[in-house]
Design a protein around this ligand. Structure first.
Ligand code: PEP
Ligand code: MN
Length: 338
């Protein structure tokens, strides 16, 4: 339920309504807009009749039911786009943020070289896996905490924040000690215990779409994170499973305007995992910007032929600079800021 406060309601009045919502057993999510404040009262659907009593409070203008099943992710509760700012990286509204780095952190030299190069070319956030979700238990699983330390060093050196994946609820505090943004990967996109745990971490979350998830399921997963009080959720389309085998997955470009239709959350695109081959990454990146995405996450490796994982889809540093030049030309035309 959306509790719409009367214009001019002070913080004190908002607080007292929040208290009342909590007394009824619901969580209160206040959104302070330019014109007025609304409070999302979110909880067990079966008890929603209890909220009717709020309409009698002096500073409450009206109660509006939220029709979508994803309540906090929905545009019904917040019409303006959510803009997520982490250090130099901004996603949403006019801003198009580019995240770049290797699939996985391998060595100090590899991580540093990549970080310095992508930073020079205009990336605003670093990426790199320290805990890797691998299809085979016999594949490299990541450097774990040592990888986090190398990411932190690269981040310090470049002044760019970094995002890295967390695989299990038990690892969230460790990863959150180092990372600026926590990534929930495609395979974990419906791991509800993990979604709840990252939602409590106090860090922004980059949520990948599962390869077999509908847009509605994607937004419901985001809802798990939002419902724990984390309002900085960055959605990431990374390709879905179809019958096509020429690419690793099929980039669902249409998901961008669809998410935009229903949600205020920013949505970025990972063209690397979608394509699976570096020669398609630039085309998909430009398509993402054209379709209204709020950013990109791209894999870059200084020597893709020797990459420990996903070398086929990694851009070389030179490919990445050329991608950034193309994006800049297009962003100018679309009045987006890179
Ligand atoms: C990644 O970004 O490192 C990754 C493993 O991607 P995905 O979860 O989309 O497969
Ligand atoms: Mn990868």
């Amino acid at each position: 339920m959306i509790v719409v406060m009367k214009p001019g309601a002070s913080r004190r009045e908002v607080k007292s309504v929040i208290k009342q919502i909590e007394r009824l057993g619901f969580k209160a999510h206040p959104i302070f807009g330019v014109k007025r404040t609304v409070i999302g009262a979110i909880g067990d659907d079966r008890d929603k009749h209890l909220l009717q009593s709020l309409s009698g409070l002096p500073w409450v203008e009206q109660l509006v039911p939220i029709l979508q099943p994803f309540k906090l992710a929905s545009k019904e509760i917040k019409k303006e786009p959510t803009v997520i700012k982490v250090g130099k990286a901004v996603f949403g509204g006019r801003y198009f943020g580019v995240i770049a780095g290797p699939c996985t952190v391998e060595t100090e030299k590899q991580m540093m070289e990549t970080a310095l190069y992508v930073a020079r070319s205009g990336a605003k956030m670093l990426r790199g896996g320290a805990f890797k979700p691998r299809t085979s238990p016999y594949s490299f699983q990541g450097l774990e905490e040592r990888g986090l330390k190398l990411l932190a060093r690269a981040s310090q050196k470049t002044g760019l924040p970094f995002v890295t994946e967390v695989l299990n609820p038990e690892d969230v505090s460790l990863v959150a000690e180092y990372a600026d943004v926590l990534q929930v990967g495609a395979r974990n996109a419906q791991n509800f215990a993990l979604l709840r745990r990252v939602g409590k971490s106090g860090k922004p979350v980059l949520l990948k779409r599962g390869p077999a998830m509908t847009v509605q399921e994607f937004l419901m997963s985001a809802e798990y994170i939002l419902s724990e009080g984390c309002h900085q959720v960055l959605l990431c389309e990374r390709g879905i499973r179809t019958f096509e085998t020429a690419t690793r997955y099929t980039l669902d470009i249409s998901c961008i305007p669809v998410v935009r239709q229903y949600s205020h959350l920013p949505v970025i695109v990972d063209p690397s995992h979608a394509a699976g081959h570096r020669q398609y990454v630039t085309a998909l990146s430009l398509a993402a910007l054209a379709a209204g995405a709020d950013g990109l996450m791209v894999e870059v490796h200084p020597d893709p032929a020797r990459a420990v994982c996903d070398g086929q889809q990694a851009l070389t540093p030179d490919d990445f600079s050329s991608l950034m030049r193309n994006l800049r030309t297009m962003a100018d035309a679309l009045k987006r800021r890179l």
